[in-house]
Design a protein around this ligand. Sequence first.
Ligand code: PFF
Length: 447
Amino acid sequence: MKERSGFVTKFGAIAAAVGSAVGLGNIWRFPYEAGQNGGGAFLILYVAFVLLLGIPVIVSEFVIGRATHKNAVGALRELAPGTRLHWMPYMGILASLMIISFYSVVCGWIVEYLIMAVSGGMRGHSPHEYAQMFGEFTSNPSRSLAWTWMFLLLNGVVLLGGVKKGIERVANLLMPLLFVILIVFCVNSLMLPEGKQGLKFLFNPDFSKVTSSVVIGAMGQAFFSLSLGLSCLLTYASYFRDDERLVRSAVAVASLDTLVAVLSGIVIFPAVFSYGMAPEAGPKLVFEVLPSIFEQMPGGYVWAVLFFLLLFFASITSTISMSEISITFFQEEWKMTRRSATLLNTVLALLFGGLCALSFGVLSDFKLLGMTIFELFDYVSSNVLLPLGGVFFSLFAGWYMERKVLDRELTNGGRLRVYSYKPLLFCIRYVAPAAIVVVFLYGLGLL
Ligand code: PFF
């Protein structure tokens, strides 16, 4: 049997997990979710969820993945032989297909904006005109569809062509740069006339705004942003080396990811208030606001090109990671070749991604449960499927898995002293699953 390849360096392993976590979820989704859900209160809930559920579930996925070095279904079959528990990751595969479908639409917008920035189209317009341009572009069926499909094909080519490692390497070099330019943008935004009001919105919690949908939204955002609950991190951990420190890596991934989200909030909200825009504008928020930010920055043209280029790399490392879930599964469980597995994943994404792209135009009136297909895929995956996956992985690692396997993975075979062992185990066994269930019941109006 062919040896499974793994991450050669420790940095490579963590960088890949961070590459998966940091993406549009931080820079596009976090600001709009915070904007729609009251700002400060959402942020506090979000950070609380990252600490109480995020880190324990990341550790649970890491432990299961590295203990077996297998894809999610294979891992559960090995750890829970003779049961049907290995059916559970199918839900993650469904979630990964839903996410890639709507995510690639937004990636298509990034590519369009990158080209617009390069060709100088991001100059000389008012904030209102940018908002109008975005509306026209997304509601144009052929344009939106074309960019979504182009992005998905590119994603497929990267996955097939063996340049994945190359892309990851480039992205790992560029990620610190993304971080640096976010800080530059923060400074710029804070100097805007309504900078203070933007900060107040993001950091001053108004708990009277907290409703069940805000709580569910914050939990969904934590899962989405950390790539959690759909066995993405489990799959990556199956490639980890045996001396990788799982708890430390989990904390690193969670902290970096949260930092990037908060920085994007600091970039966006001062600008939203300064340009008289509405924080609750939804998915279009960042796309309407960013061009105006670049417009008033000295050297805005260069910043715009650089930013969209970096965001493109941040997004493609995330789409690679979500595609990897189903591709590894198709390969190892359905015995497909890498080529056919990638093809199947891409065809499914083209189909559903197309429907999501059209939700902003010809299909905008087609609604299920009051949501367009784009919104439905986003809502169901982030707010339902990923948290359910989280309950499962934490219960599995905390209660079902043999304690000695858990111990071995957390302490690297007894070689490490993990000071947070007890509180972490408590969170994995009780806090994370209980909190997710409570949020669900609250959301359904049963509490
Ligand atoms: N965490 C990614 C982001 O914040 O953009 C999105 C994501 C990647 C979700 C991979 C799920 C996944 F499996």
